[in-house]
Design a protein around this ligand. Structure first.
Ligand SMILES: *[C@@H]1O[C@H](CO)[C@@H](O)[C@H](O)[C@H]1NC(C)=O
Ligand SMILES: *[C@@H]1O[C@H](CO)[C@@H](O)[C@H](O)[C@H]1NC(C)=O
Ligand SMILES: *[C@@H]1O[C@H](CO)[C@@H](O)[C@H](O)[C@H]1NC(C)=O
Ligand SMILES: *[C@@H]1O[C@H](CO)[C@@H](O)[C@H](O)[C@H]1NC(C)=O
Ligand SMILES: *[C@@H]1O[C@H](CO)[C@@H](O)[C@H](O)[C@H]1NC(C)=O
Ligand SMILES: *[C@@H]1O[C@H](CO)[C@@H](O)[C@H](O)[C@H]1NC(C)=O
Ligand SMILES: *[C@@H]1O[C@H](CO)[C@@H](O)[C@H](O)[C@H]1NC(C)=O
Ligand SMILES: *[C@@H]1O[C@H](CO)[C@@H](O)[C@H](O)[C@H]1NC(C)=O
Ligand SMILES: [Fe+2]
Length: 556
């Protein structure tokens, strides 16, 4: 055990950086403790073939009900770390295949107030020098840059204009290879320090990234930092962020924040935001996401309405997406491969009906998936279809009605959602019926943002919401009719934890997905309240392609 541990640590050390060394030492000890205790406590890890499981509600731990508090403006981790011409908020994200990644960063000062003067993006270059780790940085790529504004045409509200946001796509990369890079403008000169990232492995049934972290509804509280610390201790190769990112929309433009925007600021003429929170988030995340690629999808907290009915501008500007490469015309939905996994990122806050562009794109994208090359099909979007909490109960029903059939026919294996601030894992389900060929739905809206953790279940006495109150006003539509079959027939809610819910728990945390081969994936949920490495939930997700063949036409 010692030998294995030491070898692993050595390999990972080159990938992450020196600041994390102390975590490694603590972690090695913890790893040994947990390996030993795990053997003693758990016999074997259950698999989905042992299911469907009887629903379990982990009792609420009252000692973890303290409020989540945002990092203040004065926290050193959210301060601008460099001069104006130097890159900050550096991040890596994937393109559609292993051969290409995006490097993104910001230069210059954002401005907020009443006399903002947008910076000129062409005033500074977007260049990345890169090369295989250990070799000189002989390769070079140039990209594009932009600024965005968040404008409020209302007396007393302050406008925001961003620093210069740079996106550069590196191409021709080798799979599963550690690269080093510097980004910035070499003519000033203002290049960043050296950073590292590892490309995804080739796509194939035996080829997977080791660990994919899945997290949602993150925000930037002290609880968020606990989530991220736990995540870093698990050494992810990729981070999947299922929406609701920095919660800048819980603030007024003058920087006054609240845990509950609508209760505290009910009289505002428009739902304000404090855009510097995005910059804080980008700075806080840089140590992780300058090395580990992050893939994000939009949540409702990214709507951020502003002048001229513009929405999602910060989200669409700050991240780079493989939209074009996955033949999507939108930043709201796209797909990509990570080894033998095809990820589909769906937009819940843009049209999804059967006649929408997104639906047509989804049909085409699904039909093009070659399961010999990417056996695993994982879909992600923000508001869950299968959650049993009172908050947001059946809120995304119209999306479910429009898209569930398609995902089922193409045998999506796993669905990840956020939005509900708790953890929940479903049994395999389709159309509210237990189905061995339906996907597993996993909600990880438990990232630690400053809104309250979800505790109430829709099936607890007196908690069933009035059906007409359930749709989200931004998504619109009403599709959540009473159940027409099953134990809750004729009713809007179950009167006990529904059979489609396998496990639910109101704790903050994150998940780690590890594909072992074309049939077995290990899913582990880690709670912030536990020591690093301890599993709050663990299960093998097992595919059965013979029993559950793809039912729709495939045209790859
Ligand atoms: C969030 O962090 C606070 C301390 O900052 C703690 O009291 C609280 O229990 C945490 N919440 C959860 C759900 O872990
Ligand atoms: C926690 O939040 C609740 C609801 O937002 C509020 O009523 C309460 O005062 C807060 N408690 C603390 C200690 O800040
Ligand atoms: C912010 O921008 C809007 C739209 O251009 C403008 O109407 C408004 O006066 C500006 N507000 C301030 C405080 O400069
Ligand atoms: C921001 O505006 C709100 C509402 O007008 C006010 O209550 C608060 O004191 C202001 N905060 C600052 C820092 O000016
Ligand atoms: C913004 O949207 C509202 C409601 O949909 C519409 O009435 C208004 O004309 C729009 N304004 C602009 C500038 O597009
Ligand atoms: C789902 O179930 C409902 C109610 O039983 C039924 O009307 C509908 O056709 C089913 N949808 C699919 C795609 O099977
Ligand atoms: C739907 O179920 C709720 C209770 O869950 C009930 O109050 C309501 O009357 C039902 N509506 C219909 C149309 O049956
Ligand atoms: C896939 O991995 C699981 C878990 O490690 C193992 O039990 C199973 O035998 C493997 N199957 C194949 C076909 O390699
Ligand atoms: Fe949300």
């Amino acid at each position: 055990m010692w030998c294995a541990g030491v070898v692993l640590m050595h390999e990972r050390k080159s990938f992450f950086e020196m600041g994390l060394v102390s975590i490694y030492i603590i972690e090695l000890v913890l790893l040994l403790i947990t390996l030993i205790s795990f053997k003693l406590v758990h016999g074997g890890i259950p698999t989905t073939l042992d299911g469907p499981f009887k629903p379990v509600t982990v009792p609420l731990d009252e000692s973890f009900r303290g409020n989540a508090t945002d990092l203040p403006d004065a926290d050193p981790r959210v301060q601008k770390p460099v001069d104006d011409s130097q890159p900050e908020q550096i991040s890596v994200s994937l393109s559609a295949t292993y051969g290409s990644v995006w490097i993104s960063w910001i230069t210059g000062q954002f401005q907020i107030g009443d006399n903002i003067n947008p910076l000129d993006p062409s005033s500074i270059q977007s260049v990345v020098f890169y090369g295989v780790y250990g070799n000189p940085l002989t390769l070079q790529a140039t990209g594009h840059s932009l600024v965005y504004n968040q404008l409020y045409p209302f007396e007393g509200l302050q406008n925001y204009t961003s620093g210069i946001i740079h996106h550069v796509r590196l191409t021709g990369l080798k799979p599963n290879t550690l690269y080093q890079y510097q980004c910035g403008d070499p003519s000033i000169p203002a290049m960043s320090k050296l950073y590292y990232f590892k490309t995804m492995p080739v796509s194939g049934p035996k080829s997977y990234p080791s660990r994919i972290a899945v997290v949602g509804d993150l925000g930037l509280t002290y609880n968020t930092t606990s989530t991220i610390d736990h995540m870093i201790s698990n050494h992810p190769d990729l981070v999947l962020l299922v929406g609701d990112i920095c919660y800048a929309d819980l603030y007024l433009t003058n920087g006054t924040g609240s845990n509950c925007y609508s209760c505290t600021f009910s009289q505002t003429p428009i739902h304000e935001t404090y855009q510097p929170r995005w910059d804080y988030w980008g700075r806080y995340m840089q140590p992780l996401v300058s090395k580990v690629p992050i893939m994000a999808i939009e949540g409702n907290h990214e709507i951020e309405p502003q002048a001229e009915n513009q929405t999602f501008v910060a989200y669409s500007s700050r991240f780079a997406f493989p939209s074009k490469k996955s033949r999507s015309s939108s930043t709201f939905y796209y797909s990509f491969n990570a080894g033998g996994i095809h990820f589909i990122m769906l937009g819940a806050y843009i049209a999804y009906s059967k006649t929408s562009d997104q639906h047509k794109w989804l049909e085409r994208d699904l039909a093009n998936v070659n399961r010999e090359v990417t056996p695993w099909l994982v879909a992600t979007w923000h508001p869950p279809w299968y959650s049993t909490y009172k908050a947001h109960y059946r809120e995304a029903e119209c999306m479910r009605v429009a898209m569930e059939d398609l995902l089922y026919k193409y045998r999506v294996d796993i669905v990840f959602n956020g939005h509900v601030h708790a953890y929940e894992r479903s049994n395999r389900v389709f159309n509210y019926t237990l189905d061995p060929c339906g996907p597993l739905h996993i909600v990880v809206g438990d990232g630690g943002n400053r809104e309250e953790i979800a505790i109430e279940h829709a099936d607890d006495p007196g908690n069933c919401p009035e059906p007409s109150s359930t749709p989200d006003s931004y998504m619109g539509g009403f599709c959540a009719f009473n159940f027409t079959s099953g134990p809750a027939v004729g009713k809007f809610c179950w009167d006990q934890q529904p059979e489609y819910s396998a496990l639910r728990e109101s704790s903050f945390g994150h998940g780690i997905l590890e594909m072992k081969n074309e049939t077995h994936a290990l899913w582990t949920w880690h709670r912030n309240k536990d020591l690093y490495k301890v599993a709050g939930d663990q299960i093998y997700i097992v595919r059965q392609p013979e029993k559950c063949p793809v039912e729709a036409e495939v045209t790859f």
